[in-house]
Design a protein around this ligand. Structure first.
Ligand code: SF4
Ligand code: SF4
Length: 122
């Protein structure tokens, strides 16, 4: 039996809804485990954002691959910055996530439910 697909792999809404900002020292080469500096843009004296999420409408992180709401991947998943690691998918750990719900709503997607994380979901 194929492994179930995680709901985030069919979503990506939060990578195309908010500014993804963090301290500049999280980016490489300052932090080798962070995103390359070239993928970021300075937004405040001590803050950078993932390129594509810094401003305006139609935000979309430069590292997001695929179609939001269908099939997506993060090209730098192992080196994604702290805001990406902090954002929880709603109900993944048994708790709601207003940020996840809001991002999905912006893309016309319904909020996740606990059923999205039960065996066989995906
Ligand atoms: S909006 Fe929620 S379900 Fe979609 S990718 Fe982000 S955390 Fe995952
Ligand atoms: S770095 Fe990856 S997880 Fe973070 S916003 Fe960009 S595509 Fe999404």
């Amino acid at each position: 039996m194929a492994a179930p697909i995680h709901p985030c792999q069919r979503c990506g809404a939060c990578c195309a809804a908010f500014r993804v900002a963090f301290h500049w020292s999280e980016s490489a080469p300052h932090s080798p485990s962070g995103p390359d500096e070239a993928l970021t843009v300075q937004v405040r004296p001590f803050e950078v954002a993932m390129r594509g999420t810094e401003a305006g409408t139609a935000l979309r992180c430069v590292a997001l691959q695929g179609d939001v709401g269908r099939a997506v991947t993060c090209a730098i998943y192992d080196r994604r910055p702290s805001p990406c690691r902090a954002l929880q998918a709603a109900w993944e750990n048994g708790e709601p996530s207003p940020q996840c719900d809001r991002a999905r709503a912006r893309h016309g997607l319904p909020p996740l439910t606990p059923a999205d994380f039960t065996t066989g979901a995906g």
